[in-house]
Design a protein around this ligand. Structure first.
Ligand code: FRU
Length: 443
């Protein structure tokens, strides 16, 4: 890889060796390792087919090995892509559930006709070698109110029963999530549907989990109208607090330019972790890594905790602290990437990095590119916060993850500074900057 190419290769974030990456899939800890599968199109940085699952594994969330393509689309029921899904361990085997995407040849709208969405399962003993595929659900098994868009099975166990949640678009274009139950992970019965009016026409990548005694439903809805301080991206992504079967209080997971399709999973010690795609489909800007042969990355693994008011707080997993070198006092200067900046504020503040300005003023956090060579078409994002007493920025070679006020508001984005260092200018902030060692990522 030439020096110019290497400049934007990430040091802390998982990205494909070449080709296209989107949603994280099948996140789990299994036989002592963390497995991160992801939507992968190795043949082209724009997502050219075939689309299947790539795979990384790690013993400690710090040292990662890319094992290649774990699932290829190679049966009639997944011929146009092995789409997103999840993993669950049972009886010493890992079961992977995914969507087999099918597009019939012909003159179809691919919404009400012409598309197949099959729930398919494979098992694996080592995370890499897969069993033959079994088709468990087809479009004819979904409720009659569903269009052809039904996908992204997330499977978990609750009170001795297996549950699956699928994202869907109804025939009259409302987003919803379908719940199924099973005793054996093979035979699935439709249980019920979760939805909320005026929350988009399609819900992708649903995830239902509990924290404390509260259930949360995470979804990536398409079609939520943009507002000045919310839903500024082409597709939104957030969670609802559940009140029984009713989703309430939709909160965005991340208000940055580049975040979508997160999935949560449990660490062996009980922490609820989340990884998202640091990218979005159909973006109105271009990533300059495309001509170099790859596009997109995943976020860092984040721990999700419940705030006192039910809002979820996100923070980078504590394992990452092992990458820290000695703390430097936060002061203006030039710093090498990557780093972890942790600062406190007792009033409005500003923080500038190469080509990017962050400002908290009058209850609004504004993230603005000041140089289009660094933003590459991204412009501004805003978030309203009642207060902002802390900011943490994990700056990698070509991404920023910004955690505000203890992770109550998070903004993730790609940036493309000219060098592997950045000027930094802070106003009304005190704190530390930890230079970080890169992770070990073996491709
Ligand atoms: C979300 C998504 C999923 C689908 C996958 C295909 O980004 O559209 O709904 O399964 O990507 O790659």
């Amino acid at each position: 890889m030439s020096a110019a190419n290497a400049r934007w290769r990430q040091k802390l974030h998982l990205e494909p060796p070449q080709g296209w990456m989107n949603d994280p899939n099948g996140l789990c800890f299994y036989k002592g390792s963390c497995h991160v599968y992801f939507q992968y199109s190795p043949m082209g940085a724009r997502g050219e087919p075939p689309r299947g699952w790539g795979h990384f594994t790690s013993p400690d969330l710090l040292r990662w090995t890319f094992t290649g393509m774990a699932l290829q689309p190679d049966i009639p029921e997944d011929r146009n892509g092995a789409y997103s899904g999840s993993a669950i361990e049972r009886d010493g085997l890992l079961h992977l559930f995914y969507t087999g995407n099918v597009k019939e040849a012909g003159d179809y709208d691919y919404i009400l006709r012409g598309r197949g969405a099959n729930v398919i399962r494979v098992t694996t003993a080592d995370g890499v070698e897969m069993s033959p595929k079994e088709v468990l659900l087809r479009n004819s098994d979904y409720p009659a109110f569903c269009s052809c868009h039904v996908r992204d099975p997330k499977v978990w166990e609750e009170d001795g029963v297996f549950r699956m949640i699928l994202g869907a678009r109804t025939v009259d274009s409302r987003g919803c999530a379908l719940l199924y139950t099973s005793d054996d992970l093979t035979h699935w019965q439709y249980d019920r549907c979760l939805s909320l009016p005026d929350t988009g026409y399609m819900w992708e990548c649903p995830d239902l989990f509990t924290l404390g005694d509260t259930a949360y439903l995470s979804v990536s809805p398409q079609g939520v109208p943009a507002e000045t301080y919310r839903f500024q991206n082409v597709y939104s992504c957030g969670y609802f607090r559940m009140d029984g079967d009713t989703p309430t209080q939709y909160m965005e997971w991340d208000c940055g330019f580049d975040f979508y399709a997160p999935q949560t999973f449990l660490a062996p010690d009980g922490r609820r972790l989340l990884i998202g795609w640091m990218g979005i489909g159909d973006i109105p800007y271009a990533n300059p890594t495309v001509p170099l042969g790859w596009q997109h990355c995943l976020t860092l693994p984040r721990e999700v905790k419940q705030g006192s008011d039910g809002v979820l707080l996100q923070s980078p997993v504590r394992e990452l602290d092992a990458l820290r070198e000695d703390a430097l006092p936060l002061q203006n200067g030039t710093y090498s990437l990557p780093f972890d900046l942790c600062a406190q504020a007792d009033r409005d503040f500003r923080l500038s990095l190469e080509g990017v300005q962050m400002q908290f003023a009058d209850g609004v956090f504004t993230l603005r590119f000041t140089d289009d060579a660094v933003g590459c078409g991204r412009t501004v994002r805003r978030a309203k916060l009642p207060q902002c007493r802390s900011i943490r920025v994990i700056a990698d070679t070509s991404s920023l993850e910004i955690y505000l006020d203890g992770g109550r508001t998070v903004l993730s984005m790609r940036w493309y500074p000219a060098a592997t260092q950045t000027a930094l200018c802070a106003e009304s902030l005190t704190g530390s900057l930890y230079p970080l060692c890169g992770m070990q990522i073996d491709y």
